[in-house]
Ligand binder design. Structure first.
Ligand code: NAD
Length: 476
């Protein structure tokens, strides 16, 4: 199956003219897969115009008809999962089984938001006079600009596109320049499912140029971004100029609190699977393992044992359980953090080094006894590095867990309902999983607090970010 052709997708047309291009690289081999056409500012303007023009008809399309198109798109994604998954692995590196499962998860997200669109109810508020009716209407906010990263190139866009389209918004979508084919596959599925021209437009190229132009465009009424906290802050500044609504899903540095009454062996096995999925390049990846002193060495050794069994390689090869890092900037970034930790006395239990090329590989790594001021304790590693440090009691664990400006995912392992309850009350995070690692189903809220962002991208909350509230008070 060859790598799919790339183009801008504007007003229902694939725009193939090439002005400038940038290479799309297979991170497992270093080979150039294709040349990404860079959108001109005219392309971006046309995409915003198409979204604005398509909005009046799409917002008045019945919720039921929108539902049918989104469900159909979900079905097409399921049928195409193997091909799309392969393209994802080529451009992003994750094992093809993970990539294919991601396409199926995106289909589930379409199903969920298709249904939520039919349930975007308003309400009647009792009035103070019997000849007045107060109606609360929820209406689509308007054309949306959606910017997504390379780590989950189909589920992250699916959350934004499915929620926005179900609400009646039109969208200009910029996939990550590293993973354009996966982003386009989503647009193809929607177009083939009957989405009218202009309702979804895809532009690709230089991220800062495109996002700045779109966010400043008065026709765009809402912005949704997933990526780093640094870029999210820029996006929020730009959106503030036009007082535009924003959803930000940013960085995380998820703590995992492992108590001495937990099932340590099971926790370690689950932790290794979850931590090294997608080579650790996940905003909700469990990263800071805070382990109660009596079980600290046992947990760290068990985790390392599972990590040694990981099979690193090209995601297209059978048996690979961890692929490369997504692009050439990642290995030096990880190296800087690991070297700093080592210099400050961290113990490298397993891994700790890049793997020689071709490709951008890093050894699955477990660091123990890491200094609390080491950079890797403070900055999101976004790679295959687990950090293990001891704590004394619940209060100590919570102080350490809450010490960072991040507040996205968090995890705890304990046999005590009281401990689980206390953590649920006191952890500063948008999400907490106790005794497991699953936080990403379409039907549950997904989002962070503090500098991890705001807004929610799942559950019934997920569609709310794309709806505005209007009061209509009628007297007769
Ligand atoms: P990066 O910030 O250069 O790029 C990350 C993504 O953000 C890319 O897909 C890029 O297209 C997009 N982006 C960058 N600048 C943008 C802008 N001005 N407007 C719109 N989109 C923009 O970083 P990187 O080296 O590729 O990745 C490393 C860091 O990015 C990680 O440390 C992590 O914090 C963050 N990241 C977070 C997520 C997430 O799911 N929250 C996903 C990927 C990367």
């Amino acid at each position: 199956m060859p790598y799919p052709p790339l183009a801008q997708f504007i007003a229902g047309e694939m725009r193939r003219q090439r002005r400038q291009t940038r290479p799309v690289v297979n991170p497992a081999t270093g080979d150039v897969l294709s040349k990404l056409p860079i959108a001109s500012s005219g392309d971006v303007d046309d995409a915003a115009a198409a979204a604005a023009e398509a909005f009046p008809a799409w917002r008045t399309t019945s919720a039921y008809d929108r539902y049918r198109i989104l469900r159909h798109a979900g079905e097409l994604l399921r049928k195409r999962a193997a091909d799309i998954g392969r393209a994802t692995t080529q451009e992003q590196g994750k094992p093809v089984t993970e990539a294919t499962a991601e396409v199926l998860a995106a289909a589930d997200i379409f199903d969920w938001f298709a249904e939520e669109g039919r349930r975007a109810y308003g309400r009647i508020v009792p009035a103070r006079r019997d000849d007045v009716r107060n109606m609360v209407l929820h209406q689509p906010v308007g054309p949306v600009a959606a910017f997504t990263p390379w780590n989950f190139p189909i589920t992250i866009p699916a959350r934004k596109l499915a929620a926005g389209l179900a609400a009646g918004c039109t969208v200009v979508f910029k996939p990550a320049e590293e993973t354009p084919a996966t982003g386009l596959a989503l647009a193809h599925a929607l177009a083939d499912a009957g989405l009218p021209a202009g309702v979804l437009n895809v532009v690709m190229g230089e991220p800062a140029e495109i996002s700045t132009q779109l966010i400043r465009d008065p026709r765009i009424r809402k912005v949704s971004f997933t990526g780093s906290t640094a870029v999210g802050r820029e996006i929020a500044h730009l959106a503030a100029e036009g007082v535009k609504r924003v959803t930000l899903e940013l960085g995380g540095h998820a703590p995992v609190l492992v108590f001495d009454d937990a099932d340590i062996e099971t926790a370690a096995a689950m932790a290794a699977r979850s931590k090294f999925r997608n080579a650790g390049q996940i905003c909700i990846a469990p990263t800071r393992f805070l382990v109660q002193e009596p079980v600290y060495e046992r947990f760290t050794a068990a985790l390392a044992e599972h990590v040694r069994a990981l099979k690193v390689g090209n995601g297209l090869d059978e048996g690979t359980t961890m692929g490369p890092l997504a692009h050439e900037r990642r290995p030096p970034a990880i190296a800087a953090l690991v070297d700093d930790a080592r210099d400050r006395g961290a113990r490298v239990v397993v891994g700790g080094k890049p793997i020689n090329g071709p490709g951008h590989f890093w050894q699955p790594t477990v660091l123990a006894d890491v200094d609390h001021d080491a950079r890797i304790m403070l900055e999101e590693p976004f790679g295959p590095v687990a950090i293990s440090v001891p704590f004394t009691d619940l209060d100590d664990a919570l102080v350490r867990a809450n010490a960072l400006p991040y507040g996205l995912a968090s995890y705890a392992f304990t046999g005590s309902a009281a401990t689980a309850h206390a953590i649920g009350e006191r952890i500063e995070a948008g999400m907490l999983a106790v005794n497991h690692f699953m936080l990403t189903s379409p039907e549950t809220p997904f989002g962070g607090v503090k500098e991890s962002g705001y807004g929610s991208e799942g559950g019934s909350e997920g569609i709310e970010d794309y709806l505005v509230t209007k009061l209509v008070s009628e007297a007769w």
